[in-house]
Design a protein around this ligand. Structure first.
Ligand code: PGA
Length: 255
């Protein structure tokens, strides 16, 4: 069973040299273990240079994409451009975009559709605020089910065999915006089991569900050793020079 380790660099770092240094460290790791898929999602501006620098040793993803392939959309990046650049994955619906860029489920749904059309793999982020978590897991499930249903609505049957990734990221557990702690692995696993069932019910057989929110080298195994957690989406710890490499080493050793 594949385990995904996806690095979401967010709006970091602020120069290409720094980006190259982070990637350089990562590239020194061993990628011969086919059970582990490591994906780096840097800011758009560094992508081309980093892809060249990586010499195909590692796969890349984008942190967002526009919902059309070309046209008069000032400032946007299309899925076709990403595909032509060799990008394989696209993070969609991250809570920071839902919150700061006012992305709604309707928009995210359109993006998922065009990403699948372009044969890119969506990494759909879903997750609740602390107000909901405080009310218990049933409320979390209810909230998440609504996100899943809206974000994956009316997708053409021919894409139902495509690979899709979901990342369960409780907003309150994100290292920079949360309450300073990750979800506990047992509860994360219960919620992820629920997500998997619902996604299967919608017809997506080829799905993977990751956990995201304050994952680091100390806690990564406690999440990934839960049987239904297919990997981690890592933010803050993925741009710390040694942390991400350490996580790759830990996974290589365990799987
Ligand atoms: P974090 O971020 O690992 O810094 O909590 C995860 C994310 O927002 O994708």
């Amino acid at each position: 069973m594949t385990k995904f380790l996806i690095a979401n660099w967010k709006m970091n770092p602020s120069s290409f040299n720094e980006a190259k240094n982070i990637l350089d460290k990562v590239l020194k790791q061993n990628f011969s273990n086919k059970k582990i898929k490591t994906v780096i999602c840097p800011p758009f501006v560094w992508m081309h240079g980093l892809i060249n620098f990586s010499k195909n040793k590692i796969e890349f993803g984008a942190q967002n994409v526009f919902l059309k392939n070309s046209g008069p959309f000032t400032g946007e990046i299309s899925p076709l451009m990403l595909k032509n650049l060799g990008i394989k994955y696209v993070i969609l619906g991250h809570s920071e975009r839902r919150e700061n860029l006012f992305e709604n489920d309707e928009m995210i749904n359109l993006k998922i559709k065009i990403v699948l059309e372009n044969k890119l793999i969506p990494v759909l982020c879903i997750g609740e605020k602390f107000e909901i978590r405080k009310k218990g897991i049933d409320q979390v499930k209810k909230f998440i089910l609504n996100q899943i249903k809206q974000d994956l609505k009316n997708i053409n049957l021919k894409y139902k065999n495509s690979k899709i990734i979901l990342a369960y990221e409780p907003i309150w557990a994100i290292s920079t915006s949360g309450i300073g702690t990750s979800e506990n692995p047992i509860d994360a696993s219960k919620i992820i089991e629920f997500i998997k069932k619902e996604v299967q019910k919608l017809g997506f057989k080829n799905n993977f569900v990751l956990y995201g929110g304050s994952v680091n080298s100390e806690n990564i195994l406690s999440f990934l050793s839960q049987k239904n957690i297919d990997g981690a989406l890592v933010g803050g710890a993925s741009i710390k020079l040694d942390e991400f490499s350490k996580m790759i080493q830990i996974l290589n050793k365990k799987y």
